[in-house]
Design a protein. Structure first.
Length: 138
């Protein structure tokens, strides 16, 4: 059996005049990893593209096959692939907005159920106008 490594309880730092307890040092040094904001809608759009690739190049025969390979339900595969019906201009707008796009996938899917393409287009345009936070140019 190995022994536990020796962990000093006191640490000497050159810029401090006296040793400091390791516990105290950990309290003083707060290293918070920078959180990279992610956009679930963009991730879903990318996943939809990947699923379509799987069908196109024969990696999967159908949506059920995709679901098995990716460990998702068939319903989820259908939901994600529904996003492929979005106009390319809308997808590009969302991707350009990046983490600033405050549009939920659920909201988009509800718009995609519209039968009339004019109504669908108008709702998507309204969505962009109301939900995208303007990005600031550097």
């Amino acid at each position: 059996m190995g022994t536990d490594p020796i962990v000093p309880s006191m640490v000497y730092l050159p810029d401090l005049k006296t040793p400091i307890e390791l516990r105290e040092l950990k309290k003083r040094v707060k290293t918070v990893p920078e959180r990279v904001p992610r956009n679930k809608l963009i991730e879903s759009l990318q996943l939809a593209d990947r699923m379509q690739e799987m069908l196109d190049n024969g990696e999967a025969q159908n949506k059920a096959d995709i679901a098995r390979q990716l460990g998702l339900t068939r319903a989820r595969v259908t939901q994600v692939m529904k996003l492929l019906e979005l106009p390319d201009s809308f997808k590009k707008t969302v991707q350009d907005a990046g983490s600033h796009a405050a549009i939920s996938e659920r909201l988009i899917r509800s718009i995609l159920t519209e039968k009339d393409s004019n109504t669908k287009g108008k709702k998507l345009l309204d969505l962009v106008r109301t939900h995208l936070v303007p990005t600031f140019e550097e």
